[in-house]
Design a protein around this ligand. Structure first.
Ligand code: UDP
Length: 469
């Protein structure tokens, strides 16, 4: 096993799901590329590996090892138990197996650090038993970390739901946020999920450090306020991003997106996609189709079957999501629009010269990918912390436009207006210019002299010194 060689050794524990594995894998690859470490991924599982997970883990470089923790059982949970609670429980039920892995690993070489993501703070206890420092790698913006760190105080201060607080809440250095824009997991204070989130938010302070997949040029004042909070119970914060996938897994152009983009004018196409799982209602899907048609702009749209819950997109082989589009839509927009089924090679699309805008659900990976490729946005948040991201992108960074929602629906006229404004209007031009500035900053920030590169060196130094204690 590679971990046995005499380089400092890091153990990474991702929560289940590709959305957690991918940023940690990208971080791990970058980290070993710049520093002489070996890394072991300990993978919690509820059963067999998914194809996507296998592909990612099989492609890891040699100095990254993988251990599958013993499968845990979640059969006692009701069917409607939300995904976040499942993540928290998967980690807490994997601890004995993680302890066994630590025993095996420490028998051959000391472990310099344990790295978990935002669902993994229960694993700190195992690391402590082995005198190993614990770090969180947060695949999220600083504004979300601010909310986590302030949540215990907010919980004490308010008895109502956060969305019922009249005034906006201003975390130090962050754009003011209304409670209704807080992440979903704190929107129902009577729920078990809220209790879990509050419990873990308190445990964030037990970490030896928090690595943030963001960077100073993007969230300068929020990061500064976190780093200089003067609160000794806040762990050191290391903004180390942006880590994004490089698109090498996208492979051949099965959907034909790239071939189609090759034939479109530079900067003319709006890419429309709601992430890996985001879904719209049938009514909203129709309004979006008719709004895109009305805008007369070129578009590349990844269509998923409609669902009443935002996170309900299912990719079944049998169901063709295109059958939910309005009658005649495909014929009327032929040539100007391309509609693809469920998945597109997003990195290749965003880095293509023909792509001039991105209508996105504001997932953090999608957000960072647009920043790295300099593509301005239409912010259409659906779930999780996406509304917070949208507020930051629209009101603080001003790299996104946001359509107005009326009675839960964005109407076709509004969609058409915002699309035209992003692709042709003055506001779109200004957003594009600001996005280019951010893109330039993102391209430098991970170099040795860049702020994220320096943070990463500092983390590496700390981990090395612990390994040789
Ligand atoms: N993605 C992709 N093609 C798609 C949809 C998503 O390659 O059609 C990738 C995208 O590039 C990003 C990730 O899936 O890396 C989505 O992550 P994000 O945090 O934006 O949203 P989530 O899927 O977690 O809601």
């Amino acid at each position: 096993m590679e971990g046995t060689k005499q380089t400092p050794h890091i153990v990474i524990l991702p929560a289940p799901g590709m959305g957690h594995l991918i940023p940690l894998v990208e971080f791990a690859k970058q980290f070993i590329h710049h520093y002489d470490f070996s890394i072991t991924f300990t993978i919690p599982t509820g059963g067999s590996q998914t194809k996507a997970q296998k592909e990612v883990l099989d492609s890891l470089p040699k100095s990254i090892d993988t251990i599958f923790l013993s499968p845990i059982n979640l059969d006692d949970l009701s069917k409607d138990t939300n995904v976040e609670t499942r993540f928290y429980l998967t980690i807490s039920r994997s601890l004995s197996s993680l302890r066994e892995a630590f025993k095996v690993l420490t028998a051959t070489a000391p472990i310099a650090a344990l790295v978990v993501d935002l669902f993994g703070s229960d694993a700190f206890d195992v690391a402590k038993e082995f005198n190993v420092p614990s770090y969180i790698f947060l695949p999220s913006p600083a504004i979300l970390l601010s909310l986590y760190l302030h949540l215990p105080k907010l919980d004490e201060m308010h008895s109502c739901e956060y969305r019922d607080i009249h005034e906006s809440v201003k975390f130090p250095g962050c754009v003011p946020l209304h409670g209704r824009d807080f992440m979903d997991s704190v929107q129902d204070r009577q729920s078990k999920l809220y209790t879990w989130t509050l419990y873990h938010s308190k445990r964030f302070r037990l970490a030896d450090g928090i690595l943030l997949n963001s960077f100073t040029d993007m969230e300068e004042s929020a990061i500064k306020a976190l780093k200089e909070s003067g609160d000794s119970s806040v762990p050191p914060i290391y903004p180390v991003g942006p880590f994004i996938q490089n698109g090498s897994r996208d492979g051949v152009d099965i959907s034909g997106c790239i071939k189609w983009l090759n034939n479109q004018p530079v900067g003319s196409v709006l890419f429309v996609s709601f992430g890996s799982g985001g879904a719209l209602s049938w009514e909203q899907l129709n309004e979006l189709a008719l709004g895109l048609e009305l805008s007369k702009q070129r578009f590349l749209w990844v269509v998923k079957s409609p669902n009443t819950t935002y996170l309900g997109a299912q990719t079944t082989e049998e169901e063709d999501p295109l059958m939910f589009l309005p009658d005649g839509f495909l014929e009327r927009t032929k040539g100007r629009g391309l509609v693809v089924h469920s998945w597109a090679p997003q990195i290749q699309v965003l880095s293509h010269a023909s792509t001039g805008g991105f209508l996105t659900h504001c997932g953090w990976n999608s957000t960072l990918e647009s920043v790295v490729h300099g593509v301005p946005l239409i912010a259409w948040p659906l779930f999780a912390e996406q509304k917070m991201n949208a507020v930051m992108l629209v009101e603080d960074l001003k790299v996104a436009l946001r359509p107005k929602v009326k009675k839960g629906i964005v109407k076709r006229i509004e969609i058409s207006k915002v699309v035209k404004c992003l692709m042709e209007g003055d506001e779109g031009k200004r957003a594009r210019k600001r996005m280019r500035t951010l893109k330039d900053a993102a391209s430098k920030v991970l170099s040795k002299e860049g702020s994220s590169g320096k943070s990463l060196s500092e983390v590496a130094r700390k981990w090395k010194s612990h390994a040789w204690l």
